[in-house]
Design a protein around this ligand. Structure first.
Ligand SMILES: Nc1ncnc2c1ncn2[C@@H]1O[C@H](COP(=O)(O)OP(=O)(O)OP(=O)(O)O)[C@@H](O)[C@H]1O
Ligand SMILES: [Mg+2]
Length: 476
């Protein structure tokens, strides 16, 4: 088995785990981005709070505002466990009033009353910055209202750590969940596919001669139709094999006797010195060879038409009337030779059936052959075709009546009536009934209407296609 084809197990796992991992990725990204959005928002508020704290220490001065922050307050503001804090106060014209000069101006102008948050770099480190414009002074007329710009920046250590924490707390449990689910799916699928493994072992352990049905009690419902089909195939194979075995046995048995007879005849002929007697022996040999050749062709015909051994026969519409007439005409010289009056009574028009021309010829030939061969001298044989719901082909003769108790048996292969001195292999009627079965037709055998002889009638079903759909004249 070890092929590189993807197994059902691998496919199932891929189909189940692929989407699960996809879900994990999407879920992680979504959870991470919403929760880090929330926490960024909270950190930004505290940054804004620091800006407000800085503004508290700006006072309106004589020319421009003055920044004066007690050293203790500045220390508290700047010292943080995780991050460094920078700030800068500048006048409306951009001149530095206090704080860290190296803090760059905001990327865009700041609207008063609307703090601006942005990311920047300071001393080669990423920072988050808030910039705000606030009015200072204005309590008395001597000190007019002035605008100052305050910027507060902090490094991102705390924020990055929080992001990492969130990622870890979201991703790890989900990854664990997926791993557990994968294990469960893997074992589940394995367990589910066990019956298939057992089935495979049962089939591979079989002998090629064992055509009994595959045991299917533990097979899952999805596989049952396949097992049923295989069992059906085995059954059909068994039928064909049985037929072939029986055919080979029959053929060997049937051929042995005439071949042995011919050998004996040849030995006799070889010892013959009298020319006339030699001539006679060779004549006998010729007859034996003729009988043997008939037997061989009947055996082959039997094999060709065995319903269990042939593929379904392709039937086409044909005119039974024309075909029967044609075959009857071919028998006229032989009938004349045997002094038999051969007649044909056809239907008025076409009699259309679904049939196989070659096989039907064989059927009619065998029936006429029997009628002519077993008829008395000066006897008469009539072939009739009649239309109707069931199309009928009948062959009547006035030979010896076939006893009622023999009427079924003569259709069996190799069965011949006792006391007949006419040559035959006993296969003709077996072939006839096989061909009839291939046409869904049935055969009856009755005494002839006048009380002498026999009538074989074959009833064909009406054709499946339109009754008068261009029938072929019988040549097919
Ligand atoms: N029309 C008939 N009249 C009398 N007996 C018949 C007639 N048809 C068949 N039988 C009897 O039935 C037997 C079986 O016929 P079947 O055609 O199967 O074999 P066969 O004629 O002996 O040999 P084959 O046709 O293979 O050469 C014949 O041997 C014969 O005894
Ligand atoms: Mg016959």
């Amino acid at each position: 088995m070890g092929s590189r084809r993807p197994t059902l197990q691998k496919k199932l796992l891929a189909w189940l785990l692929g989407p699960l991992l996809g879900l994990l990725a999407v879920d992680t990204v979504v959870t991470w981005s919403t929760s880090s959005g929330f926490s960024n928002h909270a950190y930004d508020r505290s940054l804004e709070e620091m800006a407000r704290e800085v503004v508290l220490h700006v006072r309106p001065g004589a020319g421009r505002p003055v920044f004066a922050m007690p050293a203790e307050a500045e220390r508290i503001l700047r010292v943080d466990q995780d991050d460094r804090v920078y700030f800068k106060v500048s006048a409306a014209d951009g001149a530095l009033i206090g704080g860290d000069a190296e803090l760059a101006a905001p990327p865009s102008p700041v609207t008063p009353g609307q703090p601006l948050f942005y990311n920047g770099m300071l001393h080669g480190e990423p920072v988050r910055v808030v910039a705000a414009r606030v009015p200072v002074g204005g309590q008395d007329a001597a000190q007019p209202l002035a605008q100052v710009q305050v910027q507060v920046a902090e490094t991102l250590n705390r924020r990055s750590r929080l992001t990492r924490d969130i990622l870890a707390s979201v991703f790890l449990p989900q990854l664990l969940l997926i791993l557990c689910a994968s294990a469960a799916v893997y074992f589940g699928v394995r367990q589910g596919l066990l019956p298939l493994q057992r089935l495979r072992r049962a089939v591979s352990a079989r002998s090629h001669l064992d055509l009994s049905p595959i045991e299917a009690s533990n097979v899952p419902g999805e596989v049952m139709p396949l097992v049923d089909e295989v069992n059906d195939l085995l059954r059909r194979l068994g039928t064909t094999l049985n037929f072939q075995n029986r055919f080979i046995a029959d053929a060997a048995h049937q051929l042995r006797t005439p071949v042995a007879g011919m050998k004996a005849q040849i030995e006799l002929a070889l010892r013959e010195t009298d020319r006339a007697r030699l001539q006679h022996s060779i004549g006998q040999l010729y007859h034996s060879a003729d009988r043997l050749s008939r037997l061989v062709s009947q055996l082959l015909s039997l094999a060709r038409n065995e319903p269990g051994a042939v593929e379904s026969v392709a039937l086409h519409t044909l005119d039974l009337n024309a075909l029967a007439l044609e075959v009857t005409m071919e028998w006229v010289p032989e009938a004349l030779r045997r002094n038999v009056d051969l007649g044909f009574e056809g239907a008025d028009g076409e009699v259309v059936i679904d049939g196989d021309t070659h096989r039907l010829r064989e059927l009619i030939n065998n029936l006429i052959d029997n009628a002519v061969r077993y008829s008395q001298d000066m006897g008469s044989v009539t072939v009739r075709v009649a239309a109707g719901e069931q199309r009928q082909l009948s062959i009547s003769d006035d030979g010896p009546r076939i006893p009622v108790e023999e009427r079924e048996r003569i259709f069996q292969r190799f069965h011949r009536l006792l006391g007949s001195h006419v040559d035959g292999s006993g296969l003709g009627l077996a072939i006839v009934s096989e061909i009839a079965a291939l046409h869904n037709a049935h055969i009856t055998l009755e005494e002839d209407l006048d009380g002498v002889g026999n009538t074989f009638t074959v009833f064909f079903p009406a054709p499946r296609t339109r009754p008068d759909a261009g029938a072929q004249p019988g040549h097919g």
